[in-house]
Design a protein around this ligand. Structure first.
Ligand code: MG
Length: 392
């Protein structure tokens, strides 16, 4: 049948791909089942397509966990098994549409893009009035360069490039022919396969809200883009550290240098207070400890200023979409006296982490001449960090 001779309002189906395992994202479960504003990432696009009036058939591609999370499926939706590669997953879904005519329209969407809205679907369906394939694209705001071996090369012609999103829209016949000849192909989207069969692919304006969930930090970005009013949870972490006092070394405590006959010994500058704080923040994030991120055997950290470690931990909080609620630090030393430096330490820690000084507490104590600190053999520090993190 000649596709262009079909009625003006062909049927519309959607293939929703939720078969990926999200290995890159570092999540505990497949990323499409992570929670975003109280719903799974998958539910965002499933609900959006189910609410779009012209879509009369949906095919959800996913494993048993995905189907359990999506149950019950909306009216008109059926399931399909994922394949080992994306292409086979789409082919499995196309098989479920075997009774549909070639002139029908099918949208293909990755469930890792939760921000589907009716506007972009409208634009895609409009574009199929004059084309057999259409994709949403966004301009590239950054300068793009080739890169090899840590050296920047030529600048790419940015005005000729675009970022490709999903959903992508096709005449069913065009997508069928592309997949019939593409068994096992490793194309990252369907438009590439369709284009390889000689079909022109139209572009329409994409949508920033279609940002793809790839890395853990994308959750915070999506929460902002989708205005979810993310639920936050409070996490508490503790840190403890000890360093030995030796004669004739500079003494760094809490990010400041203190005049003293002895200094702390260690691979870095041995700032015992900043190390305890760093571990407390990493503890709240469940993100290992300072030694995991800055191995003591690594020569690049020899003599390193410990404010770098603390700033790193603070950046990890931000990357997780969180914020530091409060830090409480106790420095345990017989001498020197910490009291006169408490204000400076407090201000320095707030400065390193770019947080208000009111969120930082610094206390000091001796151990009444008992134990290794009492014998002035070393200085220890304890810290507790309270961190607010998105609930997911
Ligand atoms: Mg240490």
């Amino acid at each position: 049948m000649n596709e262009s001779a079909l009625p003006l309002s062909p049927r519309v189906a959607v293939i929703l791909l939720a078969g990926g395992r999200g290995a890159r994202a570092g999540f505990a479960r497949p990323k499409q089942l992570e929670l975003l504003g109280g719903r799974t990432v998958l539910a965002w696009s499933l609900d959006a397509f189910a609410a779009y009036p012209r879509i009369s058939r949906g095919v959800l591609v996913g494993d048993g966990d995905v189907m359990a999370a999506a149950a019950p499926l909306p009216d008109g939706w059926i399931s399909a098994e994922p394949g080992p590669e994306r292409q086979q997953s789409v082919a499995n879904a196309l098989a479920m549409l075997a009774d549909w005519e070639d002139g029908a329209i099918v949208l293909v969407h990755d469930a890792a893009r939760p921000g589907v809205g009716p506007e972009v679907i409208d634009r895609l369906l409009d574009a199929l009035g004059n084309a057999d394939a259409a994709i949403p694209t966004l301009p590239v705001p950054d300068t793009l360069v080739e890169q090899a071996g840590g050296v920047a090369g030529d600048v790419a012609a940015r005005d000729r490039l675009a970022r490709v999103q999903t959903p992508q829209a096709f005449r069913l016949g065009a997508l069928r022919r592309a997949h019939a000849g593409a068994s096992g192909a490793s194309a990252t989207d369907d438009a590439q396969l369709v284009r390889q069969t000689g079909v022109a692919v139209a572009t329409v304006a994409g949508d920033a809200r279609l940002h793809k969930l790839t890395y853990a930090e994308d959750m915070a970005m999506l929460a902002g883009l989708l205005g979810t009013g993310t639920m936050m949870r409070t996490a508490v972490g503790m840190g403890y550290d000890v360093h030995r006092l030796v004669e004739g070394k500079p003494l760094w405590i809490g990010g400041i240098e203190i005049e003293h006959s002895h200094g702390l010994e260690g691979h870095s500058d041995a700032d015992v207070a900043l190390h305890a704080l760093t571990d407390a923040i990493l503890g709240a994030l469940g993100d290992g400890d300072i030694g995991d991120h800055f191995p003591p055997g690594d020569p690049q950290w020899r003599g390193a200023a410990s404010h770098r470690f603390l700033a790193f931990a603070g950046n990890r909080v931000a990357a997780n979409g969180g914020r530091i609620g409060h830090l409480d630090l106790t420095i345990i030393a017989e001498e020197p006296r910490i009291g006169p430096h408490r204000v400076a330490i407090r201000e320095r820690i707030a400065e390193i982490l770019a947080i208000p000084v009111g969120r930082v507490s610094v206390k000091a104590t001796t151990t009444e001449r008992l134990g290794f600190t009492g014998r002035r053999e070393g200085i220890s520090a304890q810290a507790v960090a309270t961190v607010q993190l998105p609930e997911n």
